[in-house]
Design a protein around this ligand. Structure first.
Ligand SMILES: Cc1ncc(COP(=O)(O)O)c(C=O)c1O
Length: 386
């Protein structure tokens, strides 16, 4: 198998070395790096899991996923996202990452081009290159001043070999939310130039500003060129539990089925059964969580406004803030490496989101207020000293 260098190379050698040294010396780490929500999994899901274990004989499921759970996912997509789907258009996967990879595997051929909007989730490029090592990635970088991009930016990158465009709104790492009219224009462009779109919507429930999440899949009568992927990792605090899904155009079904059947058999039947019993739980807990996320985003924004060496375009969603550290004149790997050596605070160097973003660092505010407060205090002390 050809594994391209981009898949395994480390872009942050200094930072990783510093993390390793701290761990070796048993020194504490204040982690503001991870994308794991800090609220607990809804108790009804835990109860359902125990119930399923006690009362059901579990075996393999349909490789595409339990029909009744696919029905519920389809109902949710129809009602909440206005995506006209049916259980036949749904595959349940081990997290949204697996959905993304399977879709790229069935869709991409050698020579195909994929457009990515950077900064983007760290796994997209490796996943594309694992799926089709002879594909090409074309990168659009959004504007640093306001995290915006235009339809023209996308259009400029399209060639006769472009097959696929990846969008991620709400976005990791910036926290932007694409508005409905831009999405509509993107959809029209994709139709005109015959592109597929993967829309990664894993942060759809964590919107804490006046913006609304819209699904680009809602602009078509039935899934035709948009593949919507999602998971319960962020909305239900279930990262690592492995429950994601994709809603795809009918012509991809047979190939997705074949891959899932032979690679994975099926997504964990235990988790699927538990989710099938609890899929429509009351998710009011998200209102409270989003209110906390907003407060945390405001605190970070205030600190960045007060400090003259870090700046921020305040996020509207998700739980990351993407800080501009260009005024420090230090690259992101060195910045994060020095920061953890001197203070124990771990952030994510911007370079992992694309070379153009080496003057940014990502802070995750999915951490209790106390941890976040200490982390921010150390961060400001550190930047003042630089
Ligand atoms: C944009 C984005 N997509 C996908 C994932 C992975 O999600 P899952 O746990 O569903 O595989 C993440 C995780 O951080 C993410 O930020």
């Amino acid at each position: 198998m050809i594994i391209r260098n981009e898949v395994s190379r480390s872009l942050i050698p200094k930072f990783l070395k510093s993390v390793g040294e701290r761990r070796k010396n048993d020194l504490p780490i204040i982690s503001l790096g991870l994308g794991e929500p800090d609220f607990d999994v809804p108790s009804s899901i835990k109860d359902a899991l125990i119930q399923v274990l006690k009362t059901s004989k579990l075996g393999y499921s349909d490789p595409m996923g339990l029909l009744s759970l696919r029905q519920k996912i389809s109902e949710k997509l129809n009602n909440e996202n206005h995506i006209n789907s049916s259980p036949e258009n749904i595959i349940i996967t081990s997290g949204s990452k697996q959905a993304f990879t399977l879709v790229c595997m069935v869709m991409l051929n050698p020579g195909d081009e994929v457009i990515i909007i950077n900064p983007s989730f760290v796994s997209y490029i490796p996943q594309i290159l694992i799926s089709e090592p002879a594909s090409y990635i074309k990168v659009i970088n959004i504007r640093k001043s306001d995290f915006s991009f235009s339809i023209q930016d996308i259009e400029n990158q399209i060639s006769s070999r472009t097959k696929l465009l990846i969008i991620n709104s709400p976005n990791n790492p910036t926290g932007y939310v694409l508005n409905s009219s831009l999405l509509q224009n993107i959809y029209a462009l994709a139709s005109e130039r015959n592109l597929y779109i993967i829309s990664d919507e894993v942060y759809e429930k964590l919107v804490f500003s006046k913006h609304h999440h819209s699904s680009i899949g809602s602009f078509e009568k039935a899934p035709k060129r948009v593949i919507t992927i999602n998971s319960l990792s962020k909305s239900h605090a279930m990262p690592g539990w492995g429950l994601g899904y994709a809603c795809f155009p009918a012509d991809l079904r047979q190939r997705l089925l074949a891959l899932q059947k032979h690679i994975n058999s099926n997504t964990s039947t235990l988790i699927q059964e538990a989710l099938d019993r609890t899929f429509f739980i009351d998710n009011q807990y998200l209102d409270e969580y989003n209110a906390r996320l907003l407060k945390r985003a405001e605190i970070i924004n205030k600190i960045c406004t007060d400090e003259n060496r870090i700046s921020l375009v305040q996020p509207d969603a998700g739980f990351y803030a993407f800080l501009n550290i260009s005024e420090t004149n230090i690259d992101s790997d060195t910045f994060c490496s020095l920061l953890i050596q001197e203070t124990g605070v771990a952030l994510t160097p911007g370079i992992v989101f694309g070379e153009f973003w080496d003057d940014h660092v990502r802070i995750s505010f999915a951490s209790p207020e106390e941890t976040l407060g200490i982390g921010l205090q150390y961060l400001t002390q550190f930047t003042r000293k630089l």
